[in-house]
Ligand binder design. Structure first.
Ligand code: URA
Length: 251
């Protein structure tokens, strides 16, 4: 059951700053709860289905945050990027402040489906090799996709520093230069290294699926949406067309 909490604590838990900063926001009349302005930081609310606004921007209460992000190229999945800006700069500050982390990273030049969460157990379960959550990639190759390439990826390729060949769970030619590749592991540069070991080269890489969760066709690169609880951990979880607008953040 979700708790009943003072407004100041609610805002703090949702990433709106220190307790003191949240108190100031509330006293400045920047906050409404369930449609009613509230300038009392000690006012108590049930958090179940709670909707609040900060500077008129709507924000649903979430005990834990799970989001789907369509990663653009030329962003790094790190809080301390080296060569390119961080994807965390593309997310609303409250999500970053409450500590969302990437569930497995994508390379700087890889686009597509990235999950982020502040639920440590969920992150561990989704990224642990033990659970083998399959990830599917759309690969655009430098050279035409041959039957031999598909065969080698399916039969397994030996990567440098690995003792056993790694096999694709599935691999299909999509067009002359494109294939889909489903993998059980998430090793460093795995797709690029496997395709290279099988005699071709990755020109573009997009992650299109994690488990049964497909990248939404209506989520543009750089956009995110809340992950519906029904989509989390459920084997039946399917792509949910979700018309959520990204909640903009107040000043
Ligand atoms: N494999 C890669 O080579 N790069 C990624 O970003 C993800 C998987």
């Amino acid at each position: 059951m979700l708790p009943t909490l003072p407004l100041e604590k609610i805002l703090h838990s949702q990433g709106f700053g220190t307790r003191r900063e949240c108190r100031a926001l509330i006293r400045d009349e920047a906050v409404s709860v369930n449609g009613e302005p509230c300038d009392d930081p000690t006012a108590v609310f049930a958090t179940a289905n709670l909707e609040f606004t900060v500077y008129d921007e709507p924000w649903p209460y979430r005990e834990k945050t799970y989001i789907v992000f369509n990663k653009p190229a030329h962003f790094e999945c790190s809080h301390k990027p080296i060569h390119h800006p961080s994807i965390f700069g593309l997310l609303p500050p409250p999500l970053v402040l409450r500590g969302v982390q990437c569930v497995g990273r994508l390379d700087e030049d890889t686009t597509g489906l990235l999950l982020l969460s502040d639920d440590g157990q969920f992150i561990h379960r989704m990224s642990s090799p033990k659970w083998k959550v399959p990830k599917t990639y759309l690969v655009t190759a430098k050279h035409p996709v041959s039957d031999e390439l598909i065969r080698r990826l399916k039969e397994g390729v030996l990567l440098h520093d690995e003792s056993e060949p790694i096999v694709a769970l599935a691999c299909e030619r999509v067009s002359e230069y494109q294939l889909t590749l489903m993998l059980a592991e998430g090793k460093y540069h795995q797709v690029k290294r496997m395709v290279a070991a099988a005699g071709n080269r990755v020109e573009q890489l997009q992650r299109i699926r994690i488990g049964n969760l497909a990248l939404d066709t209506d989520l543009a690169e750089g956009e995110w949406r809340w992950l519906d609880p029904a989509e989390i951990g459920s084997p039946e979880a399917k792509q949910v067309q979700n018309n959520h607008q990204n909640p903009p953040i107040g000043p």
